[in-house]
Ligand binder design. Sequence first.
Ligand code: FE2
Length: 268
Amino acid sequence: MFSFFNKKPRSAASLEGIACDIHSHLIPGIDDGSPDLGTSMLLIRGLIDLGYRKLITTPHVNSDRFRNTPEIILGGRDRIIQEIRQQGLAVEFGAAAEYLIDDGFMDGLERSADFAASSFSPIPPSRQQEPSHLPVFLPLKDNLLLVELSFYVPVINLKQVLFDLQLKGYQPVLAHPERYLYFAGNKGWYDQLREIGCLFQLNLLSFNGHYGREVRALADYLVKKRYVDFLGTDMHHPGHLEELRHSPAVYKAVQQILDLGLLKNPSL
Ligand SMILES: [Fe+2]
């Protein structure tokens, strides 16, 4: 006989199915994420406890506040990898970036060689050096580039920018599409972005109402439309970790997305 009390409670272990996190701010002191190495390691240990086996962290890159270069980001990545090894933690760690589509991004796009010319991997292969000429952009894997939009002002020529990015051989992954509330009044934008081949990465905490009711509703809408490719923690600080540990609504959404067969995180 079915017993409610025998049913296994959903727990943090439900995040094991995601396997690889592709959005976080774990490199100390270079954006609005972790301020120091101690906090970074606390967050990394927390993510391992949640079931992650691989982390590709993504510091902000934008013209106004965080002008992070590949050299700065990869220097921070290597410092963390060294610490992970010293502490004997079982996790693969790599770094890409979260690029705000702004004027600086457009300049970078003009300077950037075609993706096909680069061979960058966010996870450094053991006993091998980084390519001597780093690419302008650091992809998540292969040609996948994590991009974000302003929360306040829509990009006027967004489709053209994404098209230009694709012409260079990159595949855009839009970070947290549910957080751009100007899309709420015209959800047709989501259809158009999907039609041009843009992938979507939703934030886990959106399903918990962390960013507000409207964002949660948009996240649910995108799942209903099957417009989900990746999930990310967008981890900035221990408060995010604590909330993730106690979010049945998040575990339920993750299970639903896994059951729908939408999630590409495990393939990274
Ligand atoms: Fe982020």
